[in-house]
Structures are given as C-alpha cells and as structure tokens.
Design a protein around this ligand. Structure first.
Ligand code: SF4
Length: 289
C-alpha cells in the first residue's frame, strides 16, 4: 500500500509560532510563576496535554489579583478582554497569529470608514469572535450559509471579510451573491490564509488520486473538519482521526493508495504515528496472505 502525506499537512506558521512561544515561556518561567493560556492554545487536545506537562495550563478566565503570565492563543482574543487583561497585573505574551491580527486591523479600518461588516465564518469559533469584536456593536453580520444573506442590510456600504480557515469556494460564492443583491459600494478583504488554501488545494488533489483518505486532527478543530468535508466530497472513503488509536484496518481492505492530510493544529508526531500505524496494518495484512 502506497501512503502519500500531503506536504502541507500539520502545523501552520501561526500555530507553530504560538506553540513555540508557549514552550519558550515554560522554559524561561520560574517554578513559582503561573503560566496560563486563555482557552486551549490550539484545537488539539494532545498538544494541550503536552503543554500541561511543561506547566502551561489553559484557563477560561483570570482572577482580579492574578500575578500570572497569560499567553494569548493564535486565534486572538476579543478586544474588550485584551483591554481588561492590560488593566490587570498580568504579563501578556501575545501569540495571536499575525494573519488574524491583520483581519482585526482590517475590521477596525473598515468600521472607522463607516462600512457594515459581513464576516463569513462560524460565529462560535474563537477566531471569529476575536476578529468581529473589533467591529461596532450591531454593525456586523456573521454568515455561515448562503441563506444568511437574506439578513444583509442592502442599503449600507459593506465590507466582506472571512475567517482565515474558510473554504475559498464558499467565500467566493458569498462574494458573488452579495454583489448581486447590494446597492452600495462593497470592499472585499481576502483574509483566507495561504496555509489554509494550500492545505485545501493539496488535499483536493490527493483525495482525487487515492483509494482512502485520512484526515488527522482534533475533532474540535474547525480547519480539520473543513478538510474532512472537502475530502469527503471528492473521496467517499475519507476518515477523520484524532490519533492513531482510531485507525481501523477495515478502511484499507483492497486499498492500493492512501492519502493523509492534517489540520493546522496537528503536530508532526501525531501524523507520524498515524502513518506508522497504517504501515503496520499493511505489513500485517501482507503477512496474513
Ligand atoms: S491557519 Fe493561517 S491564520 Fe490560522 S493560525 Fe495558521 S497561519 Fe495563522
């Protein structure tokens, strides 16, 4: 069985940077110091656990008298939370991905120019919540399906922006629809991250050329789930696993070629374990013949 791993599988630049900042902070930290991330640093439970072993704990909030160091994850935080953190006695390590920061800056700019913001993404995702918090209250709409477009204020000038991990085709279809129905000027920010686009493009090509496609990544990772949906639409034998433990030998019966891709928050060591497990299953099958 031939196993092909997409070259872009795994950690993207922003995640690599955030995890490194957390590990560096853990190494530099005195034993008495508290080191926390506000929410899990990335959407991968195994990485979060390995950081806990180094003394970096995820918290949902901080007490007023906390003297800890807070690491802001790659998704960023809402603008009001950042302001509140700055007013406390905490040290802030800002690991917000520069591409997410750029999206926050675009929204600040468009808002001050009077644009109503249309953000394409998942309203429950921390990145969307952090980015959209830079818009004025009641001057934005978050869109997750073409049906939501019926709610856009057609007589406003509009600024369109997308979650960095958005599917390019879906963002394009929203842009096309908005151009058809609005009456005023529109500006479009291309905030889909290159890392996401590359991963999606490579996964599409791989999924069309293999018998089985495996997508590795946290079940709570939006970009991994998006990769799974993209691959599943092309290759029905697509399976999403978080670790090698979920790999099932039944998936590979009669398979000649297996493709592997992985979300932006999946570390190399988990991808390697998945590859080795599949290789091992293949060897066992050959021995049984
Ligand atoms: S996917 Fe792109 S925007 Fe998101 S953290 Fe990674 S590099 Fe940054």
């Amino acid at each position: 069985m031939n196993i092909i791993v997409a070259p872009s599988a795994g950690f993207c630049f922003g995640v690599k940077r955030a995890v490194k900042m957390a590990v560096d902070a853990a190494e530099a930290c005195k034993p008495s110091e508290k080191l926390n991330t506000l929410g899990p640093i990335i959407h991968n439970p195994q990485v979060v656990k390995s950081l806990e072993e180094k003394g970096v704990y995820s918290v949902n909030g901080i007490e007023d008298d906390c003297h800890c160091t807070i690491i802001i994850r790659s998704h960023g935080v809402k603008s009001d939370i950042m302001e509140r953190l700055k007013s406390k006695k905490v040290t802030i390590i800002d690991a917000t991905c520069p591409f997410v920061k750029r999206a926050q800056n675009y929204i600040t700019m468009a808002t001050s120019d009077g644009y109503f913001i249309i953000m394409v993404g998942d309203k429950n995702h921390p990145e969307v919540q952090s980015v959209i918090s830079f818009a004025d209250k009641n001057r934005f709409l978050i869109i997750n399906g073409l049906d939501d477009l019926k709610n856009i204020p057609v007589s406003e000038k509009l600024a369109l922006i997308s979650q960095t991990t958005q599917d390019v085709n879906f963002y394009n279809s929203v842009i096309n629809e908005v151009f058809k129905i609005t009456k005023k000027e529109i500006i479009v920010f291309n905030t889909i991250c290159d890392a996401t686009k590359l991963k999606q493009d490579e996964s599409k090509i791989l999924a069309s050329n293999v018998d089985v496609m495996i997508v590795v990544g946290g079940y709570n990772s939006a970009n991994t789930n998006k990769l799974k949906n993209i691959c599943k639409a092309i290759q029905k034998n697509t399976y999403h696993v978080e670790t090698e433990k979920e790999v099932d030998s039944k998936w590979f019966i009669n398979a000649k070629t297996v493709g592997i891709t992985a979300g932006a928050s999946t570390p190399d060591w988990i991808i390697e374990k998945v590859v080795n497990t599949i290789r091992h299953l293949d060897n066992n099958q050959k021995m049984a013949i």
